[in-house]
Design a protein around this ligand. Sequence first.
Ligand code: URA
Length: 436
Amino acid sequence: MNILEIIANKRDKKQLSKKEIEFFINEYTNGKIPDYQAAALVMAIYINGMDSEEIANLTIAMAKSGDILDLSKFGKNVVDKHSTGGVGDKVSLVLLPIIASLGIPVAKMSGRGLGHTGGTADKLESIPGYNTVIDIEKFIQNVQNIGISMITQTMNLAPADKKIYALRDTISCVESIPLIASSIMSKKIASGANKLVLDITVGKGAFMKNLEEAEKLSDTMIKIGKKAGIETICVITDMNEPLGHSVGNSLEMIEAIEALKGNMDEDLKDVVLECGSYMIKLAGFGNNLEKNKNMMLENIKNGKAYNKFVEMISNQGGDISYIEDIEKFEKAKYIIPVYSEKSGIIEEIDAESIGKLACSLGAGRMKKEDSIDFSVGIVLNKKMYETVQKGEVLAYLHINDEKLIEKATKELLEIYKISDKLLPTKKKCNIIVTKM
Ligand code: URA
């Protein structure tokens, strides 16, 4: 068997056998297949797709490319959460400390920024000292000691996904159902949970642009979950405009800290509470979803969720003085208000364009070896369906490179679509449908 034949088979729309898929995953993980050949195969998968048997085989091969954690010591229901990605998506940062504060163990492996979307691991690293890179023993010990640990994909868990994920980002092969489903589910199988809530984002800022694709991705992952013994619930959520009001690493971290103190935007709250209510149910802590949401709100109100977050940050070496005083986060050199040039109602804030703009300011990676500027990004002052008067601030650009100011301002004004017509004044709930 050789990689040339495998690439040719997928290029010619043939089904790849289990053996071919395993060969590719093992050899690429071991560095025996170069990036350019892996890129050709990934592109062929992107273009020609895979059937459900191939997707299941790819997922299992990727999961088995490294260690598989045993979390059974945390009980018979070990619940995890993952998002398919979005812009301004700080759900995990808010949700998981709330869940841990209810006594449900959280062992979370998060990704880095991908394409125009941000990554939870990058956001966590905006807190000086916070270590997302720890070994398996320490990770498990953290969960045992304080009930929560959030890390990145550093250990030998699904290393094939780590390589393919970074590669896809650099060859425009992110938005693909087989590649997203295998990427997420391989990590989840390797990280040892047997219950899973997936936030499947849909809309302009998501990898799935319409509900049909989002439902197809959900069904694919639920099917993989069944095969792998992971009970999976998919909450499909709106990602047409950015979630919450800030986009960029430390800016989102600040918003998450505020949310844990009870100052949470409604759209973010919708997603946090919906996903959380199912996590609590799957963990066996309560079947009534409304009651579960109230339990979560109670732990925000009484400070337990915030305290759990502080404990987690401190336990992983983060400087908690930044959480206690958010003014300590390094600010961008220029904070530029962008004023509306007309009055009306905000009809559209294309989340993908906002994500790309934030990336161009330095908040994300253009190449896989790029480093990130934590302080830059965008803070939205107006969201969809709000009214705006000419001269009012639409958003603030946080920029370090003076040369980018003019272009970014112009782009932001183009991204905001303002209508003269009457539009609904209130945004619908951010939850579209739940599948299980
Ligand atoms: N999140 C992942 O972990 N993988 C993807 O492919 C997309 C989002």
